[in-house]
Design a protein. Structure first.
Length: 118
């Protein structure tokens, strides 16, 4: 995955353009929307993650499910709800093969602590 927008509450521990290694566990699931919606998401910086190869290139061969614009994760207009297909929770321990998912959860901890939920 490539981080497309590092300024959301979910991605603030990453850098824009950073390449992450996270498992996926879906067969048919993918993101589709009409062209107007896709253009709006792109224009508003609401695409958080995109499927790429290890070098960060957007290629059909790096898009495992045919997701439109290779989108792997988006955020809502308010920036407080994220939807993504990959599984960051499966990339938080070295024994799992990657710790690249930790940044997402570390970014959320201050949000949760300030609300008294941690």
């Amino acid at each position: 995955l490539r981080v497309e927008n590092a300024s959301s509450i979910f991605t603030q521990e990453y850098e824009s353009g950073q390449i992450l290694r996270m498992p996926i566990a879906h067969a048919e699931g993918n993101y589709h929307a009409d062209d107007e919606t896709l253009d709006r998401l792109e224009g508003e910086g609401r695409v958080l993650f995109r499927y790429t190869n290890a070098e960060g290139e957007v290629l059909d061969s790096a898009n495992p499910n045919g997701s439109a614009h290779s989108i792997a994760g988006i955020v809502n207009e308010s920036g407080n709800v994220m939807g993504m297909m990959p599984h960051p929770e499966r990339a938080v321990e070295p024994i799992l093969g990657s710790v690249d998912g930790l940044g997402l959860f570390e970014a959320l901890l201050p949000q949760l602590s300030s609300q008294g939920t941690v």
